[in-house]
Design a protein around this ligand. Structure first.
Ligand SMILES: [Zn+2]
Length: 136
């Protein structure tokens, strides 16, 4: 990923080092983020170093949702550098999708922050609906 592709980034955030970007079908979600770490992560059949952080984006026919996921995962990268956040949050859809979305984003404040950020930078119909559900 180069800075030329990130013209939507705030100028002051361009000082943050670029994470690696991999396109891989992450199960049941649009994307994943791994904080910078001194190890490697197996994605599919390849190991990727986590030294500068790693964003995994699920290829999806809905390009708007991919852009939203990229903005969301980028926000986690930003949270790491600007807020020192390293908390993980596993996503579980236990049958009722709407309830699962509401509880996920209400339980994890850094996820709510990432949703709001991504809805500002790269909104899509799905993510705007999530925000409506949560605010109701
Ligand atoms: Zn997230």
């Amino acid at each position: 990923m180069s800075y030329f592709e990130l013209n939507w980034l705030h100028k002051k955030d361009r000082a943050i080092s670029m994470p690696r970007l991999v396109f891989f079908a992450a199960p049941d979600c649009g994307g994943l983020y791994y904080y910078p770490d001194n190890r490697e992560k197996l994605i599919g059949d390849k190991y990727f170093p986590l030294d500068c952080g790693l964003i995994v984006i699920s290829p999806n026919e809905d390009g708007a949702f991919m852009a939203h996921s990229l903005a969301h995962e980028w926000r986690h990268h930003w949270q790491f550098f600007e807020r020192g956040l390293t908390g993980g949050s596993k996503w579980h859809n236990n049958g009722n999708y709407e309830k699962a979305i509401i509880s996920y984003f209400r339980r994890h404040l850094h996820e709510w922050d990432a949703l709001l950020y991504a809805n500002r930078m790269a909104p899509c119909s799905t993510s705007l609906e999530w925000e409506r559900w949560i605010r109701r």
